[in-house]
Design a binder for this molecule. Sequence first.
Ligand SMILES: [Fe+2]
Length: 314
Amino acid sequence: MIRGVHHVGLTVANLPKMVSFYRQAAQFSPLPQHPFAVETRFSRIGEENRPIEKSLMLQAPNGYLELIPLDGAAEPSRLDVNQAGLRHICVQSAEGPAVYQNFSDAGAQFHSEFVSLGTGYLYAYARDPEQNVVELEGAPKGPNEAPPWLAHVAIVTHDIDRLSDFYSGLLGRRVHNRGHFHSNDRFDKVTALKNVDVKAAWIHTENLIIEMWQYINPPTEEQPVSLFSTAGINHISFEVDDIAADKLALQQSGYELCRDETICNGGKSVLGRDVDGNLIELLEIDQSYSGLSINALDDVSIIPRLAGVEAGAA
Ligand SMILES: [Fe+2]
């Protein structure tokens, strides 16, 4: 069974700069080391045979970011938020304005100041030093004085029904809720786009949410996924209990794997692609490394708990 999102992976052009940014802005802490050999898990997965160096895991209270430095990674480019692909991660805090300031002090560029969309949360899109979009959310019902946590990873698609069906099947979970937003200049402000008309869907896991967006205007066009060697978000890694069973389920559902089971130190990894071509990993962690499971994190269930709070309050 897929438990949740172990980590979101990013190809990075400048590892020290990115580590320093996320430490300062979000208080995510680098693990001194981790066993999951990235060169084994991702060798030759890209369009070219580039050497992959050791990756670094940044620990948040409820998940990880895996920063993968790639020698000669293409320069980061600024993609609009309606473009297809793994498009943003979301960092939440009950101390929204303070964290906004921390991001700003760390060098983030913001699309706008915090915007209220009437949900009780505050929203702003920031750009990290390599132009990745980090959505910052002020979550008033979150625990005060807790360090910021991850909330979701967002995928933008030209066909949200097809993509949400895929993730619903993969995760064995229903779409928790859907939305359709338009004629709201606050969305224009947050996204830095004009006349936004956008559909959304959300699927919860045991820790993070998979968020999906299809922009009707300006439209999300079908396009090839970003190259692994280009700086940006490059995969979502799901932690599983039994990789052989989950791999089989994936194959029986007609999905092709692009990398069969690989033994990496500390676990086993399988790579596949979603229906849009985005890279996904299944990761089973060996018992001897259970301290690196999402179960061992400080507050793995903060998002489901907050969603319960919201549901209860509705
Ligand atoms: Fe988001």
